[in-house]
Design a protein around this ligand. Structure first.
Ligand SMILES: [Zn+2]
Length: 137
């Protein structure tokens, strides 16, 4: 897409702090990091989010993310990382080109985790579960 920020980064029209690339993926530092080493992994071919990401990306995405994640941990001394995709504006997606975040974490770093705001009653959970299962078929 011509007006897509991440497509422009993939094409080299906009510079990035590139870390690694594979056949179909590019990893670069987030310029507004949540923590040191916050890295974005983007498919080179445009898709909006997880729901229109081509299936062929799966294995390569996992292998590439493991490789980059290990390097980020080793380089930053972090003890873990969140692997996050914000899918859609309601979930906080800001750039509408599929991207996964690797956010290095340390105990007590103060980064906010997802809160437990859903209804956790057994009846409600069962109702939600059945609703999702119906939509899968
Ligand atoms: Zn794009």
């Amino acid at each position: 897409m011509t007006d897509c920020l991440f497509c422009k980064i993939v094409e080299g029209e906009i510079p990035s702090l590139k870390i690694a690339e594979s056949t179909n993926l590019l990893a670069f530092l987030d310029i507004n990091p949540s923590s040191d080493g916050h890295t974005l992994i983007v498919p080179k071919k445009h898709s909006t989010n997880l729901l229109d990401l081509p299936e062929y990306s799966g294995n390569e995405l996992l292998e590439f993310s493991q490789r980059v994640g290990n390097a980020v941990i080793a380089a930053t001394g972090a003890e873990g990382f969140n692997f996050v995709l914000n899918n859609g504006p309601a979930a906080g997606q800001v750039v509408f080109h599929t991207h996964f975040h690797i956010i290095p974490r340390r105990p007590g770093d103060g980064i906010v985790r997802y809160e437990h705001k859903g209804d956790s009653s057994k009846e409600h959970l069962e109702q939600v579960r059945q609703g999702i299962i119906e939509k899968l078929s």
